[in-house]
Design a protein. Structure first.
Length: 119
């Protein structure tokens, strides 16, 4: 049986130098467990730019109703990133969750490479 598919929209905030070229990852938590870190591969060099939203379709185990979402990056390039929000839709059911971050992710900017938010 194939794993559930999710559509994920990641919004980078409109903060100066808020975009990143680092590899970005997502972890979903639900009532039935959590996923591993999921790489969100950019489609082009303009992914995760300031004041933009990027869309991804990912396969992940069904963790039930989502309760928490974490995003982070590997600090491989332009590490400072201002993540505004993440919206996740379970494609089969149409259920959606929105996670508000409005935080910096980056060693220099915030002293961390991962932030989490609850639904």
């Amino acid at each position: 049986m194939a794993e559930p598919m999710y559509t994920v929209w990641v919004t980078t905030g409109n903060e100066a130098l808020g975009g990143t070229d680092s590899n970005v990852y997502l972890m979903l938590y639900g009532q039935n467990g959590q996923t591993d870190w999921i790489l969100l591969p950019p489609e082009d060099i303009f992914a995760f730019e300031q004041d933009s939203t990027d869309k991804f379709v990912v396969q992940a185990p069904d963790v039930g109703t989502l309760t928490r979402c974490c995003v982070g990056h590997d600090s491989s390039a332009d590490s400072g990133w201002y993540v505004a929000a993440v919206r996740v839709q379970h494609i089969a059911s149409g259920k959606e969750w929105r996670f508000e971050f409005n935080e910096w992710v980056g060693e220099e900017e915030a002293g961390r490479r991962v932030v989490c938010a609850t639904a």
